[in-house]
Design a protein around this ligand. Sequence first.
Ligand SMILES: *[C@@H]1O[C@H](CO)[C@@H](O)[C@H](O)[C@H]1NC(C)=O
Ligand SMILES: *[C@@H]1O[C@H](CO)[C@@H](O)[C@H](O)[C@H]1NC(C)=O
Ligand SMILES: *[C@@H]1O[C@H](CO)[C@@H](O)[C@H](O)[C@H]1NC(C)=O
Ligand SMILES: *[C@@H]1O[C@H](CO)[C@@H](O)[C@H](O)[C@H]1NC(C)=O
Ligand SMILES: *[C@@H]1O[C@H](CO)[C@@H](O)[C@H](O)[C@H]1NC(C)=O
Ligand SMILES: *[C@@H]1O[C@H](CO)[C@@H](O)[C@H](O)[C@H]1NC(C)=O
Ligand SMILES: *[C@@H]1O[C@H](CO)[C@@H](O)[C@H](O)[C@H]1NC(C)=O
Ligand SMILES: *[C@@H]1O[C@H](CO)[C@@H](O)[C@H](O)[C@H]1NC(C)=O
Ligand SMILES: *[C@@H]1O[C@H](CO)[C@@H](O)[C@H](O)[C@H]1NC(C)=O
Ligand SMILES: *[C@@H]1O[C@H](CO)[C@@H](O)[C@H](O)[C@H]1NC(C)=O
Ligand SMILES: *[C@@H]1O[C@H](CO)[C@@H](O)[C@H](O)[C@H]1NC(C)=O
Ligand SMILES: *[C@@H]1O[C@H](CO)[C@@H](O)[C@H](O)[C@H]1NC(C)=O
Length: 796
Amino acid sequence: MFFHAAPLSILILILLLLLSLAAAQPTTNPHNFSSFSISQSPWRPTQNLILLSPNSLFAAGFHPLPNNSNLFIFSVWYFNISTDNVVWSANRLHPVNRSAALVITATGQLRLNDPSGRNLWPSNNVSANSNSTQLILRDDGDLIYGTWESFQFPTNTFLPNHTFNGTTIVSNNRKYSFVNSANLTFGTETYWTSGNPFQNFQIDGQIIINNQIPVIPSDFNSTRLRKLVVDDDGNLKIFSFNPNWLRWDVVWQAHVELCHILDTCGPNSVCMSSGSYNSTYCVCAPGFSPDPRGGARQGCHRKLNVSSKAKFLQLDFVNFRGGVKQISLQTPNISVCQADCLKNSSCVGYTFSFDGSAQCVLQLDILSNGLWSPGMKAAAFVKVDNSETDRSNFTGMMYKLQTTCPVRITIRPPPVNKDNTTRNILIISTIFVAELITGAVFFWAFLKRFVKYRDMARTLGLESLPAGGPKRFNYAELKTATNDFSTCIGRGGFGEVFKGELPDKRVVAVKCLKNVAGGDRDFWAEVTIIARMHHLNLLRLWGFCAEKGQRILVYEHIPNGSLDKFLFVKHSPSDSEKDERETEEQSSPLDWSIRYRIAIGVARAIAYLHEECLEWVLHRDIKPENILLDNDFCPKLSDFGLSKLRKNEDTTVSMSRIRGTPGYVAPELVKLGSNSITTKADVYSFGMVLLEIISGTRNFEIKRSTVESADWYFPGWAFEKAFVEEKMKEILDGRIREEYESGGHVSIVNRMVQTAMWCVQNQPEKRPSMGKVVKMLEGKLEIPPPEKPSIYFLSE
Ligand SMILES: *[C@@H]1O[C@H](CO)[C@@H](O)[C@H](O)[C@H]1NC(C)=O
Ligand SMILES: *[C@@H]1O[C@H](CO)[C@@H](O)[C@H](O)[C@H]1NC(C)=O
Ligand SMILES: *[C@@H]1O[C@H](CO)[C@@H](O)[C@H](O)[C@H]1NC(C)=O
Ligand SMILES: *[C@@H]1O[C@H](CO)[C@@H](O)[C@H](O)[C@H]1NC(C)=O
Ligand SMILES: *[C@@H]1O[C@H](CO)[C@@H](O)[C@H](O)[C@H]1NC(C)=O
Ligand SMILES: *[C@@H]1O[C@H](CO)[C@@H](O)[C@H](O)[C@H]1NC(C)=O
Ligand SMILES: *[C@@H]1O[C@H](CO)[C@@H](O)[C@H](O)[C@H]1NC(C)=O
Ligand SMILES: *[C@@H]1O[C@H](CO)[C@@H](O)[C@H](O)[C@H]1NC(C)=O
Ligand SMILES: *[C@@H]1O[C@H](CO)[C@@H](O)[C@H](O)[C@H]1NC(C)=O
Ligand SMILES: *[C@@H]1O[C@H](CO)[C@@H](O)[C@H](O)[C@H]1NC(C)=O
Ligand SMILES: *[C@@H]1O[C@H](CO)[C@@H](O)[C@H](O)[C@H]1NC(C)=O
Ligand SMILES: *[C@@H]1O[C@H](CO)[C@@H](O)[C@H](O)[C@H]1NC(C)=O
C-alpha cells in the first residue's frame, strides 16, 4: 500500500506544482513592451502585458483590484514597489472585466472600451493626427499619447517632475479634493489652502509655489521615490519610499492637527486628536449616543428629543463648523446668543467665541464637524432636554484660566481701566484662592477626572498653520517697517532685534541673525519648521527674509519684554538714568500665582518642543532673557529652533565654544569630552530658571559676598536651606516671601522648588523629561524627595 500510495501522491504533488506554476507564471513575469501602437491593438487584460518606462521605474497596464482579480483598472504604478504603488488610473470609478480592451482605432483614437463599447479613457476623444502615434510611458511616470498626457489628468497623486498646471486631484474615496493645486476641499468648503497654487514638484522633493516658500519635505534632497497624494483621510501628504523598510513614510503633510480636516467625524460628534500626529478619534456630544453601525465616527443620535423645556450643556474648547447649517450673529453677550438659540426650533446648539469678538454661531439641525482643540478660543453649548442626565466631558476652561494665559490681569494698571483691572484681579485671586481652600483633594479629583484632556492640553495654543506658512518679506519691506532698523530693542547671541510696524499695523520684532550657515534653501527649510511650531507659550514667527545675504526673522512683538526685567532687581549703582526709570517702573514684584503660571507655561512650551513637534527640537538656550511676557504675563519662549540654523558650525564645535549661557548650561556640556547633547540639557536650564523664578535672583549673583568661593553652587545651597535646614523661606524672593504662607501658596511653591531640584541634578539620567516636569508642576505626579544637586566638575 505504501509503495503504491507514495508515487501517486508525488505525482499529484508535481501536477499541483505545475498547475500553480502555470498560474503564477504570468503574474510574476509579465511580457513587457516600451510602446503600444495600432499594430498591437487591442490590448486586453488577459494578455498580461505591461508598458515599461525606459528606466523600468514605472509600469502601465491592466492592474487587478486588490480584492478581486477579475476586475481591472488601467493604471500606472511604481514598477519595483509592491505596496500602494498605483499613481494614476484611467478608470478608477469603473473597473472593467477581462472582456475590456485598450484600443487604437484606425482613425488614431485611443479608447478604453468596456464590454458594452463605452469609452472609459479619462478624456473622451484622445486622437492622434497620424496612425503611427504610440502610447508611451516616460521615465517620470507620465503616460503620453500624441498631445495627450496623463499628467494633465491626475487622479489622486502628483509625481516628481509633475507641473501642476492648476489641475485638481481627488481622493480615492471621492470625499476630498485638492482643487486647482491650491485648496483642499470637502464638498464646497475649503479646509486648507496653500495660498498660491503649487507649481512644480521637483525631483529633490520640494514643491515650488509662486512668491511663497516652497514646501520642503523632511527628506529633502535625498534620492527617494516620492508622491504627493490626497489621502482618503483628507490630508495632503508627501510620501517617500523607504527602501530599507520597504514602506512609504509621510515626509510632509498639509494639516498637522488632523481634526481640522472636515468630516473626520460624523454629525453630532467631536473630533479629538489622540496625541500622536497621525490619528484622531471621535466622541459623541453629551446627550447623544453613537451610531450603532459604525460608532461615533459615523455620527451620533440624540438620546432624548428636546421638549419645550430645554437646557444647554457647555463644551469647553469645542467648536462646530457647520458651513451652510449655521447662522453667524453678532450678539452683545452669551445670554442673547442662548436666547436666540432657544427661540429657533431648529437650533440644536450654539458656539460662542471668547476671543473678544463675541461671535455667536447658531447650529441648525445637526452639529457638524465638531472639533476639540486646546487652542480653541470658543465653547459650544448643546441644547438638550431638561431631563437629560448626561454631563459634559469637555471641561477645563476654569483650569486653563488659572494656570495659563487668557487671563487679563496687569500689575501696573493703566489709570483708565483701573476698576476693571482690580475687579479682574479680584476674580482671578478668588478663583485661585478658592482652589487652594478646597485643597489638594479637590485638585486631585479634578485632575484625575480630566487627565485625558489635560494630557492634550500640553498642546495649548496649537493652531492651524496660516496659509502657505510664514510670509516671505523682502528686505525693503522690513527696512521700511523698522524705519531703517532704528529702534533696537534687544541684542542676543543670534543678533540684534529691532522693533517695527507692518503696513497692516501689526507691531513686530525683527531679528537680524548673524553667522547663519547654509544656503537659502536650508534657511527656508529651517524657518518652515520653526513656523510650524505653534503653541500658546512659544513666540509666534510671522515671516522671514532671506535676501542679499540677510537672514531675518519677523516675530510677534511682546511689549512687556523679558522675564529677567520683572524678576531681578537691578542693584548696580552704575546703572544709567534710563535704567533707573525702568527699575522704578518694576515696582510690584510678580506674585506667586503669576510665577507659577509662568513656570508651567514655559515648561509646557519646552515639553511641546521636545515631545510633540514632528521634528525633535532642542532649545539649548533657556534663560530668563528668552522668556517674554505678554500683557497678561503669559510667558512666550523665544529663540527656539535657532540653534539648528548654526548646524554647520556645530559640527566643528571646539571645546572652548560652549553653546548656551554660563549659569544655565548643563554640567555635562561643560565637561571635557562630552559631545552628545540631549533634551536633558534643556531640563537643566529650565530648572535653573525655575530656581530664579522662586528666588528672584540670578543663580550666579545670589550671596554676592560668598560667590567668590568656587564651591558655592546655588542649587546645592538652596537644597540645604529648603530640605536640610528646613528654612524654605530663605530661598524665596524676599519681596514676596511673606505672602508664601499668608497667601496660601505653600503647595505650589513647594512643588516648584522640588521640581527645580530634580531638574538641576548633575546626572542627566536623573532629571525628569520635560513632559514629566509639566506634570510635576501641575501636581499630577507625586514628586519624590529630591536629592541634593551637586556639581562636581567644578572641583575636578
Ligand atoms: C522586458 O522584456 C525583456 C524581453 O522580453 C526582458 O529581457 C526584460 O527582462 C523584461 N524586463 C522586465 C523589467 O521584466
Ligand atoms: C526602483 O528602481 C529605481 C530605478 O531603477 C531605483 O532607483 C530604486 O531604488 C528602485 N527601488 C526599489 C525599491 O527597488
Ligand atoms: C473591493 O474594494 C473596493 C474598494 O477598493 C470596494 O469598493 C469594493 O466594494 C470591494 N469589492 C469587494 C467584492 O469586496
Ligand atoms: C464582462 O461584463 C459584461 C457586462 O458588463 C458581461 O457581458 C461579460 O460577460 C463579462 N465578461 C466576463 C469575461 O466576465
Ligand atoms: C494608417 O497607415 C496606413 C499605412 O500603414 C495608411 O495607409 C493609412 O492611410 C493611415 N491612416 C491614417 C488615418 O493616417
Ligand atoms: C475626435 O477627434 C477627431 C480629430 O481630432 C475627429 O475627427 C473625430 O470626429 C472626433 N471624434 C469624436 C467622437 O468627437
Ligand atoms: C521632466 O519633465 C520635463 C518637461 O515636462 C521633460 O522634458 C523631462 O523629460 C522629464 N523628466 C523625466 C525624467 O521624465
Ligand atoms: C496646462 O493646462 C492648459 C489648459 O488647461 C493646457 O492647454 C496646457 O497644455 C497645460 N500645460 C502643461 C504643461 O501641461
Ligand atoms: C482657494 O480658496 C480661496 C478661498 O476659499 C479662494 O479665494 C481662492 O481663489 C482659491 N484658490 C484657488 C486656486 O482656487
Ligand atoms: C543636494 O545634495 C547634493 C549632493 O547629494 C548637494 O551637492 C547639493 O548641494 C544639495 N542641494 C541642496 C540645495 O542642499
Ligand atoms: C501612525 O504612525 C505610526 C508610526 O509613525 C504607525 O505605527 C501607525 O500605524 C500610524 N497610524 C495611522 C492611523 O496611520
Ligand atoms: C464621559 O466620560 C465618562 C467616563 O469617562 C464616560 O463613561 C461617558 O460615556 C462620557 N460621556 C460622553 C458624552 O462622552
